[in-house]
Design a protein around this ligand. Structure first.
Ligand code: MN
Length: 488
């Protein structure tokens, strides 16, 4: 029989052929796990779908969701995006000596994600500032606190996809940048999904997505306000807490964003009189970093008689709270103003007040911005976030009235208007207009609505700012986009 001619021995041609087929089949089966992790991550649509079944923070009312509904069931699922972010930073501008103005942090400890400044203390706490120069036709998108609200973040990315600005996670045009203003986790149940989404956005647009460090990007706050509890409830001992928290050390506490001659200060909290950015801003190059080093607040205060006016209470507060110090933590020995400080709402409020951190009024804010400027480079205004009002206080009322982005010290208001309602404030404004950026102005962006704040203060829209640059600063415009998060 013909069949008998076919040899089945180990060295037969058929055996060779079968072995080959088996080997290539095995390769096909194994291939996905041999590819870089990025290849196997879900695309935007799949990720969106995986998050669609998550109950809102509003429904959870402080509880954590059932682990069965989570889109990242294992820590390794989250870790792949985290590792992608850490790799990007470790191999990117942060690791490039040219990018640092002055001393560069030692890469061996700066990128050692197994050790920390709060644990073994072998890694120093090294907060830093960033300068980002964009072309004159750039659009910088801005978003305030997320606080574990992945629903609002994804609705916002949907909106940018609908407007053809994003294609999935990727920006379609190079002119678009995104600056997130800090406080990504804690207080809402989805810090893991928020960080995952942000890391994916960054991986898809490495040079055009930027994260400022908020006061909650701190191990001590995450240990107290929910994010570490969230990680432990989901992943138990498998969660590499040190690595997650060390990612925060790669985020600048302030960005100066502009076209090279005009800049806006973009950060989470408020003014930091102890840091002088002029050397950073004068440095050549579009992205530059500088360690904050010693914060010389007391020296700044002592050298400027009259910068707080004549109010003895303001001077007493400055004497009491402003110090020269090397930060050991975000809050030790004193708080870093960029991460923590606040601003008054009305122009006729005190120059300086204190409520857990310093609250700066209009005149000293303008003085610090003027002192940060030279005849070649001007720091014109401040964009920030850091909202944490659980009731309709004057600022939250105005944030809602102004679609989530409020410019402090409105010309037609005074402290006597503190108790106005949202409707009363709104009657005087048309917040949908493209808004110019007055010299010395401060803008606050609201916290996302699926947070305790949205529930307490009864608003259900998220906000992004679109800052349109131009060759002349007077032509820069802020468009504020209101994004409904809960359908009526
Ligand atoms: Mn905050």
């Amino acid at each position: 029989m013909h069949v008998s001619l076919i040899q089945f021995g180990p060295n037969s041609p058929l055996a060779d052929f079968l072995m080959l087929r088996a080997a290539s089949l095995l390769t096909l089966v194994l291939l996905p796990s041999l590819l870089p992790a990025q290849e196997a991550l879900p695309d935007y649509r799949q990720w969106r779908l995986a998050c669609a079944k998550l109950p809102a923070n509003r429904e959870l009312k402080g509880r954590l969701p059932d682990n069965k509904v989570l889109p990242l069931p294992d820590f390794a699922d989250f870790e792949r995006a985290l590792d992608g972010f850490l790799r990007l930073e470790r191999e990117g501008p942060l690791a490039d000596a040219k990018t640092w103005v002055g001393k560069q942090p030692d890469p061996k400890v700066f990128f050692d994600f197994a050790r920390s400044w709060w644990g073994d203390k072998e890694v120093p706490f090294q907060p830093f500032a960033a300068k980002l120069v964009l072309p004159n036709d750039a659009v910088a998108m801005l978003m305030g606190d997320l606080h574990g609200d992945v629903r609002s973040l994804l609705r916002t990315l949907d909106e940018l996809n609908d407007r053809k600005i994003l294609d999935g996670f990727r920006f379609r045009e190079t002119k678009h940048h995104f600056v997130f203003l800090g406080d990504y986790t804690d207080r809402g149940a989805y810090g893991t999904e928020v960080l995952y989404t942000l890391f994916r956005l960054k991986s898809a647009n490495p040079n055009r997505v930027h994260f400022a460090r908020g006061n909650h990007e701190d191990f001590h706050l995450a240990a107290r306000y929910g994010f570490l509890a969230e990680l432990r409830a989901r992943y138990g001992q498998r969660a590499d807490i040190t690595k997650v928290m060390r990612a925060y050390d790669l985020l600048p506490v302030v960005f100066y964003v502009g076209n090279g001659s005009d800049f806006l200060q973009m950060n989470h909290g408020g003014m930091e009189p102890g840091y002088d950015p002029r050397t950073l801003l004068a440095a050549h190059g579009s992205l530059r970093y500088q360690l904050l080093g010693e914060l010389r607040q007391k020296t700044y205060h002592a050298a400027r008689a009259g910068w707080l006016g004549k109010d003895p209470a303001a001077l007493d507060l400055a004497d009491e709270h402003l110090r020269d110090f090397h930060p050991e933590w975000p809050t030790r020995p004193r708080t870093i103003g960029f991460m923590w400080n606040d601003f008054t709402v009305f122009a006729d409020e005190p120059a300086l007040a204190f409520d857990r951190s310093l609250i700066f009024g209009k005149a000293p804010t303008r003085r610090i911005l003027a002192d940060a400027s030279t005849d070649k480079v001007r720091v014109r205004a401040v964009i920030r976030a850091h909202q944490h009002a659980a009731e309709l206080n004057p600022l939250m009322t105005r944030l809602i009235a102004f679609n989530g982005a409020f410019r402090h010290w409105q010309e037609n208001e005074s402290a006597a208007d503190a108790n106005k309602s949202v409707d009363a404030v709104r009657r005087h404004h048309r917040p949908e207009d493209a808004r110019p950026i007055p010299e010395g102005s401060v803008w606050t962006f609201n916290v996302s609505p699926d947070s305790v704040y949205g529930a307490f203060c009864r608003y259900d829209f998220a906000t992004i700012g679109m800052l349109n640059l131009a060759p002349e600063f007077k032509d820069w415009r802020m468009n504020v986009i209101r994004i409904p998060v809960f359908e009526p």
